[in-house]
Design a protein around this ligand. Structure first.
Ligand SMILES: [Zn+2]
Length: 337
């Protein structure tokens, strides 16, 4: 007789839906944009894009940047106003075949004037927030404030990663409007978990970005234009795979989880022509380039005389963040979960 009770769960890192959980209500805490795995990898690899003057500093703190790549997702549990920084539902603004990128003003002030701050926040602010983060990091470099340099670098890498995910640019962020529920975690967690070890991370050198806001909008645009195939190829494959081939069950500890099967996942990735790998590579290069840009804009300060360790206050703040996270209630919308 089996002593172990086996649960069959559709969990967030796989299908991105917990059994009986509305993806909007924010009660799932396992999930993350890009998956925790990919976010950590993006921040870590971005260090290797940097020129020597910055590389020495960043390499020294590579473990911090890796571990804290997921802080912005954790912070959604503690901080009001955090959730909307991770996405933009750009299609919300377009009607009757309009191009949403023509409709939404690029500058925050103009966009607020046209749509109101509340509306913008309700549908996500990632492109503007990227620009804000570059400015914050620039200030931290000017002040040579180690706590802030590290925190903002880690955060910026996270938001760069999110903005490269097509499903972070649509109201149909989890396929809930097209009977494709679960596609969010499938695209950004399941597939990288299965294959990101084999991706090519030689992405080249970071370069100076003269207009971070424009760059942020270009990233979002590319992500959004990729959506069509993200959805259509999943549909196409679902017709080819019976349910028992599309999904499989995996043991994780005492839990059995329903996940997208490896065959389905690999074929999806192949038909998308390696989109996840391409977007991850772009994320890495852009994260490094934004870090580099902030440092240049700060006047290329010498970082060799910075203290080695974070302040006690900063350590305390991070501990609190983790405590909220382990209690697990998101403040605001849980995008894509
Ligand atoms: Zn995120």
């Amino acid at each position: 007789m089996l002593k172990t009770i086996v649960f069959i769960l559709l969990i967030s890192s796989t299908l991105n839906i917990k059994a009986g959980t509305d993806p909007h209500n924010g009660s799932s805490k396992c999930s993350s944009s890009w998956g925790f795995y990919a976010h950590k990898r993006i921040n870590r690899m971005a260090v290797f894009t940097l020129p020597p003057e910055l590389f020495t500093f960043y390499k020294k703190h590579i473990e911090f940047l890796t571990e804290h790549a997921i802080d912005p997702d954790k912070r959604r549990y503690a901080a009001k106003g955090e959730a909307e920084r991770h996405y933009i539902d750009i299609d919300h603004y377009a009607h009757n075949g309009e191009d949403p990128f023509d409709v939404v003003p690029k500058r925050w002030k103009d966009a607020v004037e046209k749509f109101s701050e509340d509306t913008l926040k309700a549908y996500g602010i990632v492109p503007w927030h990227l620009d804000v983060m570059v400015k914050r990091l620039t200030r931290a470099f000017k002040e040579k404030n180690l706590d802030k340099i590290l925190q903002y670098s880690a955060d910026l890498g996270h938001y760069v990663g999110d903005s490269h995910v097509p499903l972070h640019t649509t109201e149909n962020y989890n396929g809930q409007m097209t009977n494709q529920k679960g596609i969010h975690g499938f695209w950004e967690s399941r597939i990288p978990e299965l294959s990101a070890e084999n991706y090519d991370y030689m992405v080249g050198r970071a370069s100076y970005i003269s207009n971070p806001l424009e760059k942020a909008w270009n990233i979002v645009k590319q992500s959004h234009y990729a959506l069509d195939s993200v959805f259509s190829i999943e549909k196409e494959l679902t017709e080819l795979f019976d349910d028992d081939k599309k999904y499989s069950f995996e043991h994780r500890g005492r839990v059995v989880m329903k996940v997208y099967s490896e065959d389905f996942s690999m074929e999806y990735q192949r038909r998308l022509n390696g989109m996840q790998e391409r977007r991850m590579r772009e994320s890495i290069l852009t994260a490094g380039s934004f870090w580099y840009t902030a440092w240049v804009n700060a006047g290329q300060p010498d970082l060799s005389d910075l203290k080695e360790d974070l302040s006690e206050e900063m350590k305390e703040e991070m501990k609190k963040n983790d405590e909220y996270f382990s209690k697990g209630k998101i403040n605001g919308r849980n995008h894509g979960k």
